[in-house]
Ligand binder design. Structure first.
Ligand code: ZN
Ligand code: ZN
Length: 817
């Protein structure tokens, strides 16, 4: 046999797969389907090792389940809108569409040399009108359902990107893309009412049994459901009431002041009653320049007291001061809090600073003195109520319900639920996104573009200056339009949509990507959905994976998909690192997929990324590891000649049984490791053992075809990992069919049992492990197996064996000194 020439072999099979449309797919009612999806890539222009890992993992699932006889949907496409294209337009004077198209072409070629089993017929880019017109269609459907609204909002502004950022795009006060410090600005924005679905998004976690616990808990925290009570505090001399949200109604009698966020509307409403309004106004302006993170993490809690007005604690009837302080955020609860300094650290610090009384209302069960808590640390522990009139003596854990009910009965409040999750700010003042399909008319107000006029196309005559206004404003052809209702001159909305919109429903479009008449055919979508296996990075735990789940539920309410969740199982793959640090262009520690594939081949690159670490764990790149994998692919290649060697000695039944047993064990291990455990590394190890066994087996060509059968099994088991190599050998073995479409081998527990025995191994009278041997094995062979068994061998290490007793087929007893 000739040398293993990976580049020739890989090109040959990639071409054949494409010509014969091996991975193209259609709905087949009645046939079990398997939808394998990797997260939609952004076409940055260069495939990196993180991508390679993600797609190779996806390919293992897709190829395995195809061989298991399922109808596979395994698509790929491009998350093609977004800021980098626009920045390139500003910098290099290249149109975002052109830049994006070039990048896609380049990445498509890079992907193709990896030999991933995509159905390329399903490919699309989200920046095309064929796709984004449906974003606009969804927007109008949501508008009709009251899920879209517009309001002026305090938003995060990145001065470097000149754009509005969603809260989740601000990390520690910095822009998530460029690390610039963000500012606050007040702008008119579009929102999607995702909060209408907050409860359901949390509740349906129950269905997501195939998701990592870590992702669920991150989402839970993000949605942030808390139970509490809304209580109204009257404002003296105004007839107005201040509504606060608290999760601790049990401490109501200990409330000694109120704090409102600087954005709270009371400040404006009571302008004339607030004696020190000028001072307050100055404070409000100053805090406007700070980010939320800065505001809540600042060590010194400072604020300003309102002169001239106070609040009344509805429980005690006592007058208490009102402050404004920027550690209270406008978007949490009602933007106002009741402060209980005896039982809250932050309130306590504030009270000390401004000399406000501290009233203890919970006596913790382990405190034994009756002193005022005034000069002690704050107690956030449970206990019994004190200083709370008729509620004294009640356990604080029970007081939550009792006091909430009392508050309701008294008519100054009610039990409520609060969420950290905020409505989704989707408007962006950018060009390279989906135009929001709305028209502003002086007479009719805001009017949606009629469905028949969709898509609203991105104009070509725009300027890319990098200034703050949306580039769409600079297009004469775009902005001016007739109102669809009254026909008068009107103006188009010039904001575009957040690109998270594009990736919130793309999984459904893959099921029917060429549809020009509808967003998709529900019959097709309902055949393929839900996604059986979704694969992507943990960094998408909150935004993308919450938006997509939300969008799916909206589609359900539009009656275009069946109820449920979009992603049944989720695998979050670990990062790829070099010497322990994340690969990045700026650090200059990139391993280029192109170079690796050219030198070692796609199969070896695939094998290494799967073998070096379990998929969920970090993968540290190692050239020695890659070399090792290349040696293994070569070993499989050369094994063809080995199993065809002529030999005169006939194989004994025992030898044949031995190798068959190892083969069935390997089939079982690989099957279970891929299907249930996602442990591709140990799956590959067990094929390595089988290959080793076949090299040491001496009776090739004279064993009634056993070794050829075992070799074929090796090839079948390796298809998900090294598909090109396997196709080439399969052809040499005389098959006309593609091994990629061949049935997965079955394992037979009976064969394994028939030929093998599980032996307990005792060392000095204690059970130390079990080994599997062939029923025919003698003492020498059993000794060899024990030496290879890590667990047992470690017990024997450095100790002298005094006695070794093997009771054939029953037990091994060893005595050591
Ligand atoms: Zn930025
Ligand atoms: Zn009008």
């Amino acid at each position: 046999m000739t040398d293993y020439n990976h580049s020739e072999i890989e090109k040959k099979w990639q071409k054949k797969w494409e010509e014969d449309r091996v991975f193209e797919t259609k709905e087949q009612q009645g046939k079990e389907k398997y939808y394998c999806l990797v997260m939609l890539p952004y076409p940055s222009g260069n495939l990196h090792m993180g991508h390679v890992r993600n797609y190779v993992i996806g390919d293992v699932f897709a190829r395995f389940h195809k061989m298991k006889g399922k109808n596979i949907l395994h698509p790929i496409g491009w998350d093609a809108f977004g800021l980098p294209a626009e920045n390139a337009a500003i910098k290099n004077k290249i149109h975002p569409a052109k830049w994006t198209k070039q990048n896609i072409a380049r990445m498509r070629e890079q992907l193709k040399v990896l030999g991933i089993s995509y159905d390329w017929n399903r490919e699309f880019a989200t920046c095309t009108p064929e796709y984004y017109r449906w974003n606009q269609w969804f927007f109008i459907k949501m508008w009709e359902r009251g899920l879209i609204f517009r309001k002026s909002a305090n938003v995060n502004w990145c001065p470097s990107c000149n754009t509005v950022l969603a809260n989740e795009q601000v990390l520690k006060g910095l822009c998530w893309r460029c690390d610039s410090r963000t500012q606050q600005r007040d702008l008119e924005q579009w929102f999607i009412k995702i909060t209408d679905y907050a409860d359901e998004l949390l509740e349906e976690h129950k269905q997501l049994r195939g998701w990592p616990e870590q992702v669920l808990s991150m989402q839970k925290d993000w949605i942030g459901k808390s139970f509490g009570t809304e209580i109204e505090f009257a404002v003296t001399g105004t007839g107005k009431k201040l509504k606060i949200f608290t999760t601790r109604p049990d401490t109501l009698f200990g409330v000694t002041f109120i704090v409102v966020a600087p954005e709270h509307k009371i400040i404006d409403e009571m302008k004339s009653q607030i004696a020190n309004y000028n001072e307050i106004e100055k404070y409000v302006i100053e805090s406007g320049g700070k980010s939320n993170i800065e505001r809540s993490s600042c060590k010194e809690k400072n604020g300003i007291r309102f002169e001239g007005i106070n609040a009344l604690n509805p429980a005690t009837g006592k007058e208490i001061p009102i402050f404004t302080a920027d550690y209270v955020l406008a978007n949490y609860g009602t933007g106002a809090i009741m402060a209980v300094p005896a039982h809250d650290q932050r309130d306590w610090e504030f009270a000390k600073r401004y000399n406000i009384p501290v009233i203890e209302v919970i006596k913790s069960s382990n405190s034994c003195d009756g002193n005022q808590s005034d000069d002690k640390d704050v107690s956030e522990a449970e206990g019994v109520l004190v200083n709370s009139r008729q509620f004294n003596g009640i356990k604080s854990s029970e007081a939550f319900d009792i006091i909430s009910e009392w508050v309701e009965k008294q008519g100054f409040g009610k039990k409520t639920t609060n969420f950290k999750l905020k409505d989704w700010l989707i408007s962006r003042r950018r060009y390279w996104g989906t135009p929001i399909p709305m028209i502003h008319c002086k007479i009719c107000g805001t009017v949606p573009v009629p469905e028949k006029d969709l898509p609203v196309l991105l104009p070509e005559d725009t300027e890319f200056t990098g200034e703050g206004e949306s580039p769409l404003k600079s297009s004469k052809t775009f902005v001016n339009v007739k109102c669809p209702k009254c026909g008068m001159d009107a103006k188009r909305e010039t904001d575009t949509m957040d690109t998270f919109v594009d990736s919130s429903w793309y999984y459904a479009r893959y099921c029917d990507n060429r549809n020009d008449n509808a967003v998709f055919d529900s019959v097709k979508v309902n055949y393929w959905m839900p996604v059986n296996q979704y694969i992507g990075g943990i960094e998408h735990a909150c935004m993308h994976l919450i938006y997509s789940r939300f969008w799916y539920k909206v589609m359900r309410d539009l009656c275009i998909v069946k109820p449920g969740e979009p992603f049944e199982n989720l695998l979050t793959q670990g990062m790829v690192t070099l010497n322990g640090s994340v690969m990045s262009k700026s650090k200059g520690n990139i391993v280029s997929p192109d170079e690796i594939i050219e030198k070692y081949g796609a199969d070896t690159a695939r094998l290494f990324t799967l073998f070096a670490a379990p998929p969920q764990k970090q993968l540290d790149w190692s050239m020695e590891g890659v070399e090792g994998c290349l040696r293994f692919t070569n070993r499989i290649w050369r094994l063809f000649d080995v199993v065809h060697t002529k030999t005169e000695i006939p194989a004994s039944e025992k030898d044949k049984n031995d190798i068959l047993r190892i083969m069935h064990q390997a089939i079982k291990k690989v099957t279970v490791d891929i299907e249930k455990e996602f442990k591709f590394n140990t799956a590959i190890s067990s094929v390595m053992e089988l290959v080793n066994a076949l090299y040491t087996y001496k009776y090739h060509s004279n064993d009634g075809g056993t070794s050829i059968e075992v070799y074929k099994t090796v090839i079948l088991l390796m298809v998900p990992f090294t598909p090109h190599l396997c196709e080439e050998i399969w052809e040499k073995l005389g098959y006309k069919e593609y091994v990629s479409a061949y049935p997965w081998p079955a394992f037979d527990e009976n064969v394994m049992k028939q030929y093998s025995v599980e032996l307990p191994v005792q060392i000095n009278g204690k059970l130390r492990g079990k080994i599997i041997v062939s029923a025919e094995d003698g003492e020498d062979e059993v000794k060899k197996i024990i030496e290879k068994d890590e667990k047992i061998a470690s017990q024997l290490k450095g100790r002298q064996i005094a006695k070794f007793i093997y009771v054939k087929g029953k037990i091994v007893t060893i005595f050591v000194k």
